[in-house]
Design a protein around this ligand. Structure first.
Ligand code: SF4
Length: 356
């Protein structure tokens, strides 16, 4: 099946040519965009990308920055391991590649956070090297084009898809082909309703011929997500500051600042002057739901926490600008509206109930 000609003709007319990372597409700029675009929509990525490049215009500036600064710029984008890996990779490029992004596929794949598809995309888009890619969009297009049944995350299906991806990737003009097939997946061969009438490949597409395009790719048989419960303690001291905890570097929200995930212990309860339970809400991760119950409490004199490195008292304006997980940021914004003219938090007294 030869898809190149109709695909490229469509791309020149309808593809995306004005994305910020397509202007001056250096290896560094393309790398940052490809990592941000993993699991994230283009429209969400654009402001984060611009801000990131403004703060870290080069690999050297990224490598030299504290990881906290990188996480802060990533705050709200999710999947924070991507930010930590970017930082580690920049440091590895600085120390092992004289600060120059490698140009060979094996060296790029060896960097933290870069798999075969991302490495192929970076080298293809920045240097026009003919490497196949197989991100989510391309998997969907190829699955339909060749009517491949079975969940694409399964090893045997993925291997088949890589073979087709390599067959379709041209030796010349790889960068346009790569951008074209990604654009087709993002704008025409979309997940729920593929726009086959507008598709340049409809004459060739087997799923379209068989009218099974909406059944492909075969979804993964999903297990029910388990539900976990937690309490976020929003503790304010007499200086109108809020207690924040820096999480361990690995695990969920690794390296980000959060509220302590703790209920009020008996010793802490003794120091609490007021407390207020906020409505609980759910934050969903790939593998589980987290039901969060926020508790706002004020304490007159409680400095024990700051003795430990991972805790610190912050003014709310400063806290909002830390590297934060999305639910923490949401609560801090709500807390801002509880500030009185004197800079205190307005807390209504209530009885502490057992959390769910
Ligand atoms: S014809 Fe339809 S299903 Fe096939 S590649 Fe095009 S948009 Fe996707």
């Amino acid at each position: 099946m030869k898809i190149n000609k109709p695909l490229l003709a469509w791309f020149h007319q309808h593809g995306r040519h004005n994305l910020p990372w397509q202007q001056n597409p250096t290896l560094y700029r393309v790398w940052i965009s490809e990592i941000m675009l993993q699991q994230t929509q283009v429209t969400t990525v654009i402001p984060y990308y611009k801000n990131f490049i403004q703060h870290f215009p080069t690999i050297a500036t990224l490598a030299a920055a504290p990881v906290d600064d990188v996480l802060q710029l990533w705050s709200g984008l999710g999947y924070y391991a991507r930010a930590r890996n970017l930082h580690r990779a920049a440091q590895s490029i600085a120390s092992q590649h004289d600060g120059l992004f490698p140009t060979n596929l094996a060296d790029v794949v060896a960097l933290p956070g870069i798999g075969r598809s991302t490495a192929g995309a970076i080298l293809s888009l920045a240097l026009n090297q003919p490497h196949p890619i197989l991100d989510g969009n391309v998997k969907r297009v190829l699955t339909r084009l060749h009517a491949i049944e079975g969940w694409p995350g399964k090893k045997s299906i993925e291997t088949q898809l890589w073979v087709f991806a390599a067959q379709h990737t041209p030796k010349k003009n790889a960068k346009h082909y790569t951008q074209a097939i990604m654009d087709l997946g993002a704008t025409i061969c979309t997940r729920k309703i593929p726009h086959c009438k507008l598709c340049p490949l409809s004459q060739l597409c087997i799923a379209h011929q068989q009218q099974i395009q909406e059944q492909l790719p075969t979804p993964k048989t999903r297990k029910k997500r388990p539900i976990r419960n937690t309490t976020f303690l929003m503790l304010c001291n007499s200086n109108h500051q809020i207690l924040m905890e820096k999480r361990a570097p690995t695990g969920i929200w690794g390296g980000l600042w959060c509220f302590p995930e703790t209920a009020l212990s008996p010793s802490l309860s003794k120091n609490i002057t007021k407390k207020e339970i906020w409505p609980g809400f759910r934050h969903t991760f790939t593998h589980f739901h987290l039901d969060i119950t926020p508790i706002l409490a004020t304490t007159k004199n409680y400095d024990n926490y700051v003795a430990e490195d991972e805790y610190a008292w912050y003014n709310i304006e400063t806290a909002i600008n830390l590297g934060l997980a999305a639910p923490t940021k949401k609560l801090l914004i709500q807390l801002q509206s509880k500030l009185t003219k004197n800079g205190e938090f307005y807390v209504t007294q209530c009885t502490l109930r057992k959390t769910r």
